[in-house]
Structure formats: C-alpha cells, structure tokens
Design a protein around this ligand. Structure first.
Ligand code: CA
Length: 236
C-alpha cells in the first residue's frame, strides 16, 4: 500500500528533472518521470498521478498536446513548467485547462507551494466544500456570501455588482492564476477583445483601490504580468 501523493514530472531536460525529482522525493511525494509527451500520456493513463508537472517544450509532441489529451478524460491538476520563451504557449495552456504555471528558473519553495495549491484546489472540487461555505477568508479580507458583503480588517467595503462578482471569482480559485480571457468570459460571457481587457483593468483598479492598503503594491490580488491575476492565499 502506498498512500503517498504521486507527482508525474514531464521534462526532457535532465538537470531540471533531477532537481524537481529530488525536492519532491525529499518532501514525501512519490515521483514518476516521463522525458517526452507520448510517454507522459501513457504514464498518466496507467498511473493516474495526483499532480502533473508539464514542461511545454518537449522533444516529440508539444506540451499543450499532452494537456489536451489529459483534459479529454481527467481533471488531474496540471502545472505547466515553462521557459520565458514560451509565454504564448503558457497562456494558451492555462486557457486549455492547466491549473497553474511555474517559470524556469524556480526554487524549491515555489515549486512546493504550487503543488500544495493545486492539490488543495483539486481536493476542494472533489469535496465540493466551496459550494456550501458561507464565508471566504484570506488575510484580513472576508467575503460573506450569504449577505454579499466584503470586509477588510473589519471595515466594510462597498463594491459594485461587477466588482463583487470578480472578487468572488478570484476567491473561488484562490491561489490560482486566472487568465484575462478566463476572467472576461466568466464575468461578461464574451470573448476577450481590446475593450473587454480595458474594462477588466478599470474594474481591477477600482477593486484594488477599495480592498488594498497600497493599491500599487497589492497584497490580495496579484498581477501575473502578461497572463492575468491571482488571489493570494494568505494566513487568516
Ligand atoms: Ca524542455
């Protein structure tokens, strides 16, 4: 019997694969590795890992193809491991259902934090405990769903309907990066265009002005440059 959480590392670069494998093994994870996309797809089918770390630049097929194949039948959390030269593919992967990304080079604490967030979120989906909760808390920010009220450090914050909707969306995916396209589609139900990105930016500026102590250096909703935003999962 092995109850360890299994992580599949899909990475063709030997050094990075070893680095990740060493960190994860020493932190109690069971690790399996694939050096290419085809091997990854077959291992995912046979081992059903709990989390997948997926390099986008693979030698045989593209990482996004692996993701597409996985998402046809499974919601296993996928964290994209991307080089800076793969910005476009990274956003594409997030829009295709990747849960998160990590950019090379990264450190061990960042890698472990990403994995914990991905696991926590997949657990939430399984137990559906977000649906039954009346309150969301991160740091000093509290969203009271029943009364549609938001408080920061005990002080009530007045948000417009749209601003509230955006904040709740972030809360639902706390710790995870949400792309511009995803947010716009969830909030306005329209495909992302120049106008809608501008609309989102204006709303974000207003939300930050209302909830952040220092909107220029936000603590609750962080900017992921060129990708979107992420709500920080802070200690309460
Ligand atoms: Ca690679």
């Amino acid at each position: 019997m092995n109850n360890k959480t299994t992580v599949l590392i899909v990475e063709d670069e030997h050094a990075i694969r070893n680095f990740m494998s060493t960190i994860l093994t020493s932190n109690g994870y069971r690790v399996i590795v694939a050096t290419g996309g085809a091997e990854a797809i077959s291992l995912i089918g046979s081992h059903c890992p709990d989390v997948i770390l997926l390099d986008l630049g693979l030698p045989d097929i593209e990482g996004t193809e692996v993701l597409k194949s996985v998402r046809e039948w499974s919601s296993i959390p996928v964290i994209v491991v991307s080089a800076r030269t793969f910005e476009r593919e990274k956003v594409e992967a997030l829009d295709m259902g990747a849960d998160d990304y990590i950019t090379k080079p990264f450190g061990s604490s960042e890698l472990l934090a990403r994995i914990r967030t991905a696991l926590r979120h997949s657990h939430k989906i399984l137990t559906k405990d977000m649906g039954g909760k009346n309150e969301f808390v991160t740091g000093d920010l509290v969203i009271d769903f029943a009364n549609r009220r938001v408080k920061v450090a005990e002080k009530e914050v007045h948000l417009t309907q749209i601003e509230y909707k955006i904040l709740v969306l972030f809360a639902r995916y706390v710790g995870r990066v949400l792309t511009y396209d995803f947010i716009i589609n969830e909030i306005w139900g329209i495909p992302s265009e120049k106008n809608s990105q501008q609309l989102l930016r204006v709303n974000m500026a207003n939300i930050r002005r209302k909830i952040e102590e220092n909107p220029g250096n936000p603590k609750y909703i962080l900017t992921e440059v060129g990708v979107g935003y992420r709500m920080a999962d802070l200690e309460n």
